[in-house]
Ligand binder design. Structure first.
Ligand code: 6PG
Length: 477
């Protein structure tokens, strides 16, 4: 046995990460359900390094040095369970199975517990960065038992993206912690993409710019505080011309966004944890609305009224700056909410997650990689107990600097009938956070009225109930 790591599931992500391991000098055992993919990988990229071709699971497992380390790169879901089972029955206590797919963290918790009972280590690892990242350096979020990281960590860190000499990979926490964190990463990715989409929509419909002109704005933004992978690729996508029609490609793509589930999971989990991730939720719902093609067609056929619309902005430079500030402020809100969810998940599952570590490994390799993550890292390093990212001095001041712009963008969009669910809900969240008195007092009164659910008072401790259907005196509950 000579392989340091095995990869099973050789679709593009699996192939690329296997090649990445090989390029870093590790001997990689390859396995795939159909051997054709294994052979294709070796035929095309055998020169990347040392691969061991295997056909059966037994052969695959036998090719690995102990403790054996196998990375599963199959589509998340039922397939994962059967692959795990096949491997587990061929492996020995102390061996490590790593699931590098986008698994639901509760599945990972279940799988880890069941393999632990059989003496095997199960590591649910979030891997971000798409195909290119898998090949050239992804951000890796491994969970599972801490001791498995001793033998696995150096291997994963060697293939991860590096920022300032620091690998974008660290042990996240026990059992499902890695996949939980990857899930929230994806939720934030959805929010980021939605906010960029809203900015694009405003440039197109409020300022009347074409795709190429908008690409220039994003390219320019990518040199400032918004510098990030998603802003960078936005400019590239907007610049792309369709070979068939000569139009901008974005103008011939159907405007119905799809989703594979990680954003939705983030919101479901946030609902269970009671964390308001409004930015992520709006992003998931905006994709769903865009995909409601029959409803949208019916609404357009009937010509739903817009009402009296306002004037388009006349100062394009000012409005461009307003959009930039609105995007940045809304992005801060989305990340603040995502980190709140991470804190809540950490408390719920006793994961002891370190927000500064997560910001550190998201600085490179992953889809949400950005300059901005350095600021988050600094903020949490300075104060790990930050009540909200929004309250860190840098972020508080950034929002303060852009708040007037943010309000103008939401107001203008509203008056022009352009939907900005991300910008608007983030601003509402921010205003909610700052509000001295929220209408929740009324909600509590109503709940007490119809259900005797009791309320607290501002002036003394305890729970109270008003005898609404009696003489309306207040009693202590
Ligand atoms: C990443 C991506 C990756 C994938 C997601 C998003 O971090 O590399 O998030 O995991 O692109 O599954 O997919 P959907 O938009 O289809 O949900």
């Amino acid at each position: 046995a000579r392989a340091q790591i095995g990869v099973t599931g050789l679709a593009v992500m699996g192939s690329n990460i296997a090649r990445n391991f090989a390029r870093h000098g590790h001997t990689v055992a390859l396995h795939n359900r159909s051997v054709a993919k294994t052979d294709a990988l070796i035929a095309e990229h055998g020169g990347d390094g040392d691969f061991v071709r295997t056909e059966t699971v037994e052969e695959f497992v036998a090719a690995l040095q102990k403790p054996r380390r196998v990375l599963i790169m199959v589509k998340a879901g039922d397939a994962t369970d059967s692959v795990i089972e096949e491997l587990a029955s061929a492996m020995e206590p102390g061996d490590i199975i790593i699931d590098g797919g986008n698994a639901l963290y509760t599945d990972t918790i279940r799988r880890e517990a069941s393999l632990r009972n059989r003496g095997l280590h199960f590591v649910g690892a979030g891997i971000s960065g798409g195909e290119e990242g898998a090949l050239n350096g992804p951000s890796i979020m491994p969970g599972g038992p801490k001791e498995s990281y001793e033998s696995l960590g150096p291997l994963l860190e060697s293939v991860a993206a590096q920022v300032d000499g620091t690998p974008c990979c660290t042990h996240i926490g026990p059992d499902g912690a890695g996949h939980f964190v990857k899930m929230v990463h994806n939720g934030i990715e959805y929010a980021d993409m939605q906010l960029i989409g809203e900015a694009y929509h405003l440039f197109r419909d409020a300022l009347g710019l074409d795709a190429g002109q908008i690409a220039d704005v994003f390219a320019e933004w990518n040199t400032g505080t918004l510098e990030s992978y998603l802003i960078e690729i936005t400019a590239e996508v907007l610049r792309q011309k369709d070979a068939k029609t000569g139009q901008a490609l974005v103008d011939v793509i159907v405007d119905a966004a799809e989703q594979k589930g990680t954003g939705r999971w983030t919101v479901k989990s946030a609902l269970d944890l009671g964390v308001p991730v409004t930015g992520i939720a709006e992003a998931v719902f905006a994709r769903a609305l865009s995909g409601s093609r029959a409803q949208r067609a019916a609404a357009q056929a009937q010509g739903l009224a817009a009402g009296t619309l306002g004037d388009k902005p006349t100062d394009a430079a000012q409005f461009t700056e307003d959009i930039r500030a609105a995007l940045y402020a809304s992005k801060i809100v989305a990340y603040a909410q995502g980190f709140d969810q991470i804190a809540a998940g950490s408390a719920e599952y006793n994961w002891d997650l370190k927000p500064a570590d997560l910001a550190t490994i998201w600085r490179g390799g992953c889809i949400i990689r950005a300059q901005f993550l350095n600021r988050i890292k600094d903020a949490y390093e300075e104060n790990p107990e930050l009540p909200s990212l929004i309250l860190a001095p840098y972020f508080r001041e950034s929002i303060e600097a852009g708040i007037d712009s943010w309000r103008r963008v939401v107001a203008t969009a509203t008056m022009l009938g352009i939907p900005v669910p991300g910008f608007a809900s983030s601003l509402s969240y921010y205003d909610g956070l700052r509000a001295e008195r929220l209408p929740a007092a009324l909600t509590q009164g109503q709940r007490d009225f119809f259900g005797a659910h009791t309320y607290e008072r501002t002036d003394r401790p305890g729970k109270f109930h008003t005898l609404w259907s009696g003489d309306r005196t207040e009693v202590e509950a």
